[in-house]
Design a protein around this ligand. Structure first.
Ligand SMILES: Cc1ncc(C[n+]2csc(CCOP(=O)(O)OP(=O)(O)O)c2C)c(N)n1
Ligand SMILES: [Mg+2]
Length: 330
């Protein structure tokens, strides 16, 4: 977990420059990883259907940095960044996307079923809002065992219209379980803009916490420091027995819903402007005043890590057809 310092004179908190640089490296690693995934998918090397979260890296990094290793997360269909930030090595994620035994789900899952229980990742999920109830269950287990751990569910604005979301929020608050609901609000559900699927303004989606009497913490999802501090506060609240928290993070999806999405439903000028003003990596780069040399050196480092992950994945082992039913419990 990163360290926080008191900001002189303000009583507020801020993160040290050293920690912010660590966050920057991880966010750039996630970005380069997903760009590589797009490239290899378009080259026909990766099976399945893939979603990247380019533009949303500050959410994954900021949230997971505020967690302890034995806290658990449940991810979504946009899962690569969450998996990297929770601690799975990129080579094991890339191997999974290539369907190899060395992958974090032994090649059985792919992009929407990335699991790594050892680092507390209870899995990505192709079912929108599908990971949320399991997190309430995990948090209930921690509460019953008296463990200082939290369960964290990532989900999007579209997921807040699903029945399981509302049932989970209700029970979590009723039982005051140590759960954190991370609303990664990018304002889109596939090609449907928020104003066509939400009965309230997109920026006010956090109000849904009030319906359950749940604590709400909001932060700018493009500001990794704000995300980190919001999650730290949420974790503190949840583990001290005060109940769950909805962490509402407004963020921006800077690419298509899925790889190959032509985005004909999106205004091109607005998308260009969003890319120019809301890129969390560019925003942090400016804040850290990174020189071109500094940036090039971090970039070379993470790019080499991503390239090595592709080599690792390509050299991996294909699963045996006779093992297809291994790990099937039902
Ligand atoms: C239960 C269910 N309904 C519909 C879908 C199809 N679907 C996949 S992603 C998506 C949009 C989800 O939007 P949001 O929760 O905001 O996540 P985002 O894609 O913006 O990250 C939908 C409707 C699905 N996978 N599961
Ligand atoms: Mg969305």
């Amino acid at each position: 977990m990163a360290t926080v310092e008191e900001k002189a004179g303000s009583g507020g908190k801020r993160v040290s420059e050293e920690v912010l640089r660590r966050f920057f490296r991880e966010m750039l690693l996630i970005r380069r990883f997903e760009e590589k995934v797009e490239e290899r998918f378009r080259a026909g090397e990766l099976p399945g259907f893939l979603h990247v979260a380019i533009g949303q890296e500050a959410v994954a990094t900021g949230v997971c940095a505020a967690l302890e290793r034995d806290d658990v997360i449940a991810s979504t269909h946009r899962a690569h960044g969450h998996a990297i930030a929770k601690g799975t090595p990129v080579e094991r994620i890339m191997a999974e996307l290539y369907g190899k035994v060395e992958g974090c789900s032994h090649g059985y899952g792919g992009s929407m079923h990335l699991y790594d229980v050892e680092v507390g990742n209870l899995g990505a999920n192709a079912v929108v809002a599908g990971g949320i109830p399991g997190i309430v269950g995990s948090a209930l287990a921690f509460q019953l065992r008296g463990e200082k751990r939290v369960g964290v569910a990532f989900f999007g604005d579209g997921a807040t219209n699903a029945g399981t979301y509302h049932e989970s929020m209700n029970l979590a608050q009723l039982w005051k379980v140590p759960a954190i609901f991370v609303l990664e609000n990018n304002g889109w559900a596939e090609s449907t803009p928020a104003q066509q699927h939400l009965p309230l303004p997109v920026d006010e989606l956090g109000k849904r916490a009030h319906a359950y009497g749940m604590k709400l913490i909001e932060a700018d999802g493009q500001d990794v420091e704000a995300v980190y501090l919001a999650t730290l506060a949420a974790r503190e609240h949840a583990v001290s027995g005060k109940g769950p928290v909805l962490v509402h993070l407004r963020t921006y999806r800077l690419t298509g819903h899925y790889i190959g999405d032509p985005q004909i439903y999106r205004d091109k000028k607005e998308l260009k402007k969003t890319r120019e003003t809301k890129d969390p990596i560019e925003l942090l780069r400016a804040r850290l005043e990174l020189s071109d040399d500094d940036l090039a050196s971090i970039d070379a480092d993470v790019t080499a890590e991503v390239e090595a992950s592709v080599e690792f994945a390509k050299a991996g082992t294909d699963p045996k057809p006779e093992d297809a039913l291994k790990y099937v419990y039902a």
